[in-house]
Structure formats: C-alpha cells, structure tokens
Design a binder for this molecule. Structure first.
Ligand code: BGC
Length: 725
C-alpha cells in the first residue's frame, strides 16, 4: 500500500522522538491517577500524566482499561480529553485508541454482549458473525474507539488452553470462514465509515498449541503444520484486507515470535503481503529479556523486535521502549528509515480511519447504541450457539407445567455466561454490570413461573455449600436442571492442571442422581470439562460456550422448546484427560492392533449437535468422478426434515485424501452450509468446492494437491472422486 502524500508530508516533518512516539502504545493506566495496575474505580485522567505521555513521550496509541467498564458517555469524555491533548502537540497527530472489544463493546457499560468466539463458531453461521461484529464495531465507535483487538484466529486445538473459548475451535476452515466474516463486520467496505473499526488478527501465529496447555508456554510446530493449519486463517484474513495483526506472545521451537524475522517479515510481509500494522502483545518486547531470555537486556530486546519487524510496541506501562529505541537510532544500530516504514503504516491507518478529519463522532451519531434489535441479534446468536449433546428418550424439551430444581454453581451466574473480557479483563464482575440480564435461573423462572422453580446452589465452582439442601429439594420436585461448568478466566488465570470438573461439582451431581429424579445437565464453560463419569447417568445434556448476556434466555428457550437447537461442536469433546485428539487426526491415531484399545474415542465428536427434529440425507452427487487441479467440484445433496419441527441444520462436507506424500489426516472439513427446513421439507443443497481447497503443505513447504483418490462425506453419505495432475 502506498502512503498518501499527506502521510509522506507529515512523516517528513517528524522528529525522531515523534516517530518513536508513534510506535509506542501505552495503557490508559499511565495517564490516570493511581499506580499502574492499581487504578481506582472509576478511573480519572491525571492531566499532568496525560501531558507527559502525549506531549513529552509523544505516544501514538493508548489502549484498553482492565478493571472497569465505563458508561458510553464517560468513554466519550476520556477519548475527548486524550484527543484534545494530542491536538495540542506540534503536529496534532491523533491518538489511535485500541480496546479488546471481543464479544461486543465489552468495556462499555450497557453495550450488547454476544457469544464469545467458541460459542459463535458453534453456530456455523457466518452471516450472524458478520452482523454481530458490525454491532460491536458500532458500539465501540460510539465509545470513541476506532480499533478492536479482535478476532482471534488462533486455532483451539489444545483443550486445556485457557484461551480456547476465545478461538473459533479446532478447525482451519471454520476458523477462516468465521474470521473473515468478523473482519468484514468490523471493517465493512471502508474503515473510514464512522460506524466501523479496524480489526486486529491475533495472535499471529501458532499461539494456542502449547505443549503443556498452559498459557504462553512453548509451542513446538513443524513448518508444514504451522503453515497448513496455524497460518492459513491469518493468510486468508490478510488477503481480505484486515488492517492490523497482534503478535503471538509465545515461542515456537525456541524462537519467541516477537524476535522472529522469519515470522514477522519473511512470511508476514514478503509472502502474505501484509501492509498493515503489526503490534506486539502486552509487554512482549520486555519479555524477550525477562521471560524468554533471548536478550540479555531490555535495549537488546527492543533491537531484536524492531529488526524482526514490529511496528508498534504495546509497552505498555513506562517509557523504556521509547528511550531505548531513540538511543538505538542515535547510535546507528537501527536506521531512521526502518522507523519510517512502521510510522508510515501507523499514520496510514490513522488516515484511513478518518482520524485526521474527526477523531471521534459525538454520541448523537449513534442512536442505535444498545438497540433492542441488537439484543435480539444477541439472543439469536446465543440460541444458535447452544449445542444439544445428548437427549435420550426425548427428555428435552422439558414440560413447563412440571416443578423443577435449578441447581449448581453456574445456574445463577452471568459470569459463567459471559466469560472473560466482559466489563473487566477477567470478567469477574458480570453479575454486577449485567444485572439487568437473566441468568439461567432467572430465565427459567420467567419462562415457567416462580411457583414451579426451586433454587439451591449446591456448591460453588469447587466447594460444597449446601449439598443436603439440594438433595432434599430434588426430592420435592419433578425434575432437575443441573448447571455445572466454569466461572470466568482469562489468560494465565485460567491455567488448569486437570480437565475434570472439580470434585465438588461431581459430589453435587452424585447427590442429585441418588434421588432418581430426571436430570438435565447444562454445561456453562469455556473449554470441555470432562464428564465421562456422569454422562451415562444423565439423559440430556446442553452445552453453552459463554453465550453472552442473552445466554440465560437462550438456554431457557431451548430447554422449554421455544427454540430448536442447532449448534454443532467446533471442537472435539474429550472423554479422557490424556487423550486430547482433534477430529482431523492421523490414521495412526486410530490404530487398534490385535484387540489393543482404540485410541481415538472422544466423548462427543467435532461437528456433533442434536436437534428436536430429525434430518435425513439423500442422493449425494458430484458433477464428475475425475477433476483437474483447476476444476471446481459441484456437490449436490438432498436434506430432508423428517421430524416433527422446523429446524436449522448445518450441512458439513468432509473430504479425505486417501493417500498422499505427507501422511494425510483422516478427514478435513472443507465446506459447510446452514439451512432451515420446515417439517417434511426436502431441499437440494448445492455446494461448490475448488479442487485447490484440498491442498496440503508438501515436503517443500509448498501448497499442493496431489493427484489421487479422495472420498467426500456429507452426514452418512459418501462419494468417491479422483484428482488428476
Ligand atoms: C492479550 C491480548 C490482548 C492484549 C490487550 C494481552 O494480554 O494477550 O489478547 O489484546 O492483552 O489487552
């Protein structure tokens, strides 16, 4: 992208200090009263600090707020004060404010909160993803902020990872399609539009696949796997024009990504052609010295990161980056031309966002902030995100005329519906900020009437509270809705050593099972907590993956049959803690030699999800039996709603490359389509797939489709075809 003459002129007027300032991003902590990380609530700007940061350090970007969601009016004031200070600097370059609006404008009070990405992925509905990203952009812009650190394009292929719920799950195709839809929703046709924001693809790349499952611990990845799986969604979103990326905090094969010229320049710029901003993650240049220990001092860490290709440093609490980068240029270690490359990109983004004309629009320009229709969209997304894992004997939907005990640690908790990055970084204050919204309990009460509902919590996340009372109450009702799962957590705070649900939740389950009353289990969690021991005794199980503020209502909608569930698992739900496979595993993971136990036996398969109606598939047909490399495959299949209710179905197309020079996975999801069918309705679904989309990364690390035999599967149907050279 060529910078405009406006940007070139501006750049030519800049001092070294101003350029380094543009490459510096500080936290809002640094301009407020109070100590960094310990701000008082609600925070207040300290004019002296603001002056220092904007006028002396000349910073180009400020970010976030970790402890408190502001009302939208307050955001307008804060941004107004920051931009006002910037307007009084030498060149009046506006500040680029960035925020983690990851499931709505989640740092703005009263905004519309949607399902987190993993729940959204379960909808397989790219239109919904685009629409809700557009609402999120609108409400973020209403808060005066033009840049969101979203979407996450890391793959969720490690069930233990505390950021699994921030991903679109384990599959490359689903992640790519949902990611593209969100970028489109955020950026629209033109990010200059006052209702759109710049997106930030994170965390480039390979972040989520750590050996230990703990956050920011080492990843070991072969280049082929890195390219074929982890880079692919980023490559697609960059091609589609995403404005910025955030760099993976971790190390891959011993090389921290922030110090990797191969990742940040050779692949990102030269191969993928990315022209936007590459911002570090939180404090990650310092961590090259203190955590990764590849730099023996901070200044060396700055040199490494800049030489690798970083444009902007999320410092974010002090002036060390700025001071050291200025020194490095003055000493001649880093050239000023190198800085120009990054500063040009940063100024270009500010120009594209229209910040030079107007830093932010007044609140009156956003009459649809937190509009009713956005809440309805959120409820729709939440409904479609719910996955009916099991429904033996048609126990669901529940009979609203029967009495029910609602029980468990997640039953009356907005925290377990929203997860992290909700009002605060850790999301622990959702019950207070989202008080106006219904928890599962409140939604059930609203749906069937308080007189039919008993509530006993039974246990907290991991401690028994009133087990006997719960058991007693269970004896007195017709049925039980047991709500288990997780609270909220973000990053390191969610590290886990054991995927099983805590003992307290198991004991509560056992106590309720002993009553013999029919139980419906509602799991509210951000990653698959193991239920192998209790699953056989529980006839119906509904999974919610942080469905957001409308999650309680949506769960009641499904439990009582007002909504027919349609969510499908975007991950493989494991049965055992030490058997964490993905659906696209290798054939060798399925070995069973001479009666030895089968290795691959998840609790629920990727793509699984039941409905209150039944769908049957017929007449799968391909237009040819043999395809050339440049061909497109035309797939036709009939889907019939053979059950009693209207329902939505996700048609999933899996393809297996039967033999290849690199061991092929057993299958890959290559296409999907979501449809709605009336009872008795039959539709012919047509899906097109380019042969090139079946490529893998070969021995030379190049994408290639090898000639040979393939099998294509849709539900229980199968078709064979060949690809020629
Ligand atoms: C997270 C990022 C986030 C950034 C800014 C980091 O700790 O890894 O995902 O965007 O903080 O809040």
């Amino acid at each position: 992208m060529k910078a405009s003459s406006f940007v070139e002129t501006l750049l030519s007027k800049m001092t070294l200090e101003e350029k380094v300032g543009q490459m510096t991003q500080l936290s809002i902590d640094t301009i407020c009263f109070g100590e960094p990380y310990q701000l008082s609530d609600p925070l207040q700007i300290d004019p002296a600090k603001l002056d220092y940061v904007v006028k002396e350090l000349k910073v180009g970007s400020i970010l976030n707020v970790g402890i408190y969601a502001h009302p939208v009016e307050r955001w307008q004031e804060l941004i107004g004060a920051i931009q006002e200070a910037a307007a009084h600097t030498q060149l009046s370059v506006p500040i680029l404010y960035g925020v983690d609006s990851i499931h709505g404008a989640n740092y703005t009070q009263g905004s519309t909160l949607f399902p987190q990405q993993l729940g959204l992925a379960a909808t397989y509905n790219t239109d919904l993803a685009e629409q809700l990203a557009a609402v999120s952009a609108y409400e973020t812009r209403a808060s005066g902020i033009p840049w969101t650190f979203s979407p996450v394009l890391d793959l969720g292929r490690q069930a233990l990872w505390p950021r699994l719920w921030e991903t679109f799950g384990e599959d490359v195709h689903l992640t790519t399609q949902m990611g593209l839809a969100m970028v489109k929703g955020y950026e629209g046709e033109d990010i200059a539009h006052p209702h759109r924001v710049a997106s930030c693809l994170k965390h480039y790349a390979g972040y989520g696949f750590s050996w230990t499952g703990h956050d920011r611990t080492p990843v070991y990845l072969g280049e082929r796997q890195l390219r074929e799986y982890h880079l692919a969604p980023f490559a697609a979103a960059i091609k589609a024009g995403a404005a910025t990326i955030m760099i993976n905090s971790g190390e891959i094969n011993g090389i921290p990504v922030h110090a990797s010229r191969q990742m940040l320049t050779d692949i990102l710029r030269d191969e993928m052609g990315f022209e936007g901003i590459a911002v570090t993650d939180w404090e990650d240049i310092r961590y090259l010295h203190t955590r990764h220990r590849v730099a023996d001092n901070h200044k060396e860490a700055v040199r490494m990161a800049i030489e690798a290709g970083v444009d902007m440093s999320m410092v974010p609490m002090d002036a060390t980056f700025t001071t050291h980068l200025i020194e490095l240029v003055k000493e001649g270690t880093i050239s000023e031309e190198r800085l120009d490359v990054s500063v040009r990109r940063i100024l270009r983004l500010k120009e594209r966002l229209g910040l030079f004309e107007k830093t932010h629009q007044p609140l009156e320009s956003f009459p649809e902030f937190a509009a009713q229709k956005s809440a309805e969209l959120s409820r729709q997304a939440a409904r479609e995100s719910l996955i009916l894992l099991k429904n033996e004997g048609g126990q669901l939907p529940l009979d609203a005329s029967k009495t029910v005990l609602v029980c468990g640690p997640t039953a009356d908790s907005m925290v377990s519906l929203n997860g992290g990055w909700s009002y605060t970084w850790q999301g622990e204050r959702s019950d207070e900020f989202a008080e106006a919204h219904n928890s599962i309990l409140q939604a059930v009460v609203e749906r069937i009437g308080a007189d039919k509902v008993r509530y006993v919590r039974g246990c907290s996340h991991d401690e028994i509270i009133d087990l006997e009372e719960a058991q007693q109450a269970a004896e007195e009702v017709d049925q039980i809705i047991l709500c288990l799962g997780e609270q909220s957590y973000t990053e390191f705070f969610g590290n886990l050593n054991d995927l099983y649900l805590p003992d307290a939740q198991m004991l509560l389950t056992d106590a309720l099972l002993s009553t013999g009353k029919p139980i419906t289990l509602v799991l509210a969690e951000g990653r698959p907590r193991l239920i192998r021991e209790i699953e056989p005794s529980i006839p119906s199980i509904l999974l919610s993956l942080y469905p957001g503020n409308e999650g309680g209502n949506a769960i009641a909608d499904v439990l009582y049959g007002d909504t027919n569930p349609s969510g499908k698992l975007p991950i493989t739900y494991p049965r055992f803690p030490n058997a964490l496979h993905t659906y696209d595993h290798k054939y060798s993971e399925l070995q069973s030699i001479q009666g030895a136990p089968r290795i691959y036996a998840p609790q629920f398969e990727f793509g699984h999800g039941l409905s209150y109606t039944q769908f049957s598939y017929h007449s799968l047909a391909l237009d040819k039996s043999q395809y050339a490399q440049t061909d497109r495959i035309h797939i036709k299949v009939d889907v019939e709603n053979s059950g009693p209710r209207k329902g939505q179905e996700v048609v999933q197309v899996f393809v297996s490359d039967l033999y290849a020079s690199i061991t092929p996975p057993v299958r890959r999801l290559r296409a999907f389509s979501k449809i709605t069918l009336e009872p008795g309705e039959r539709q012919t679904i047509e899906i097109e797939l380019a042969v090139s989309e079946l490529a893998f990364v070969d021995l030379q690390n190049q994408w290639r489709v090898e000639a040979g035999d393939f099998t294509l599967r849709v539900a229980n149907l199968e078709a064979a075809f060949k690809v020629t050279d």
